[in-house]
Design a protein around this ligand. Structure first.
Ligand code: 6GU
Length: 247
């Protein structure tokens, strides 16, 4: 029997191909890689240089710190690996990665992800290829590679047959716009290093599925309100019965 083709092809443009697959070669995504549910190809722009120094970057016009990745070299790298499918550039200037974006990308057959190093990439290259710029959060990484791996982790776990239990996705954080409720397992009573005996909330052993569901929703709401006022506000807009009238 012929092996089935990969359901998602990923091309990574990176000066550090040794970083891949990295953690994506382990655990859930690693199994999926072995099963050819997704496949990975790295492209090193350094291969497409023509000078003796293999120059991939240059100083910024207008001056300033750092170096900028050259558009001509990246262009050759990309043209040698068409088609690109969805073309993504990982940058802290990008739109935030969300679970909705991960779901959207998990429906694509082909993703090409450009990983920047140094100060970034010549803007004209991004314009010419209509790059979709994505950030994984409001902090600065030294390169886009780790960001690309995080983005791919969010996408790969959503591919068919990667997580056995399909229902798993619905109840996790952000599935309903809330953070997840707390989880417990055996033993039902446990004494921690602080000497305090802690019991699992009684309701969870009651067998009342509807009550468990209500309790979990209340827990989700409480933790979201406390930790993520931004998510809570959005949730209340969608579920106005949660807006507390303050007299
Ligand atoms: Cl996508 N890239 C880099 N280099 N730093 C980041 C980032 C991406 N997202 C947050 N910080």
């Amino acid at each position: 029997m012929k092996p089935e083709p990969a359901k998602l092809t990923v091309k990574i443009i990176t000066l550090f191909p040794e970083m891949f697959p990295g953690h994506l070669g382990l655990s859930l995504s690693g199994k999926a890689l072995e099963k050819r549910i997704w496949s990975l190809e790295t492209v090193n722009p350094r291969y497409y240089t023509t000078d003796v120094h293999k120059t991939v970057d240059d100083s910024p016009f207008g001056g300033g710190a750092g170096m900028v990745m050259k558009p001509d070299i990246l262009d050759r790298s990309l043209q040698a690996h068409l088609p690109l499918g969805r073309f993504i550039y990982m940058t802290p200037r990008g739109k935030p990665l969300t679970q909705a974006k991960a779901i959207e990308l998990s429906q694509e057959p082909l993703l090409t992800i450009l990983c920047g190093r140094y100060e970034g990439v010549d803007e004209r290259l991004l314009e010419a290829y209509q790059a979709e710029e994505i950030s994984i959060g409001d902090y600065v990484l030294s390169g886009g590679e780790q960001a690309a791996m995080i983005l791919l982790d969010t996408v790969i776990r959503l591919l068919p047959d990667v997580i056995g239990n399909a229902g798993t996705h619905d109840e996790e954080s952000f599935g309903n716009g809330l953070l997840e409720y707390p989880h417990y397992t055996r033993p039902a009573e446990w004494t921690g290093p602080d000497g305090i005996l802690r019991k699992v909330p009684e309701i969870l052993s009651s067998g009342h599925h509807a009550k468990v569901k209500d309790w979990r929703l209340e827990q989700s709401k409480a933790v979201t309100k406390e930790r993520r006022p931004d998510l809570w506000s959005a949730y209340v807009v969608q579920n106005p019965e949660n807006s507390k009238k303050t007299k």
